[in-house]
Write a protein of this length. Sequence first.
Length: 317
Amino acid sequence: MKVSGSGSVLVVMDPADVPDHALHRGARLAGAMGLPLELFAIEFDQAMEGSHFRVTARLEAARAARVEASVAWLEDKARPWRERGLQVSVAAEYANPRHEAVTRRAITTDATLVVMRTHHHEWLRRATLSAADWQLIRICPAPLLLAKGRTWPESPRLLAAVDPSHRDDRHARLDHAILDLAERLRAALEAEIDVAHCVLGGAALESAAVVAMMREALDASAEDYARELLRQAREGVLGLLEQRSLPAERLHLIEGRPERELPRLAGELGVDVLLTGGVSRSRVEQVFIGGTAERLLDRVECDLLVVKPPGFRSPLA
């Protein structure tokens, strides 16, 4: 994964995205970061598929016509941004499943960032977690911005969620990748940055039996154990911030589970983009939707930017 270079900002276009939230996000990021912009659309019609259809010249022509119409639509969308000085290309293809087409396009174009709209229903106060959303979180190698419907202010506020409690190098590299991208976005967008880490201390010990066993098992009370965890967490995050231009006073150590506490903190701070890590899972774990990034998408009202660890290799690569 990279957060620098000459790759494009790849915007996944959707006719249902009115009024073009993903496009506006992508165009602003491309302009601010000095990157080209690519508008990408996927066409697919289930009514044209199935075992009862033979792949004939007529069927191929129908598919090609859909792609041609999609390209014309994308050109209309690109024109105003080209007039503003952005370098904009367009591409469309007939493909299924959608998340694989987006991932392959990100790999082929060496995308610096992928932007896609996630629909948010106010009456449910939650996002609709589609298959494309969570599959892209899992397999897309580029940083993935899942955009909600809110408009960014002139100086957006970013919240970078890190976790220095993990001992392995992969998670340590991921924390640095999150902070690297946050700092680059701050410089490009003149944004504000906060850093957060959730500590699974006493507040996460929901079982009274576990609390009762704490003193005997660890020779410490639950309160002492929680205080020690917070101390270690603060040291770990401050270590991450060393040699960075991120002030310690913008650090938030919160006790509890990330999927609960990060949305709450993001709401209190008025965050526009929450940056979090996405790590690959085993084949068994891939069957289930339940990683922190997926659960956050289901709960936060701001945009979610999912970052992969350096060296991540997509299963489609």
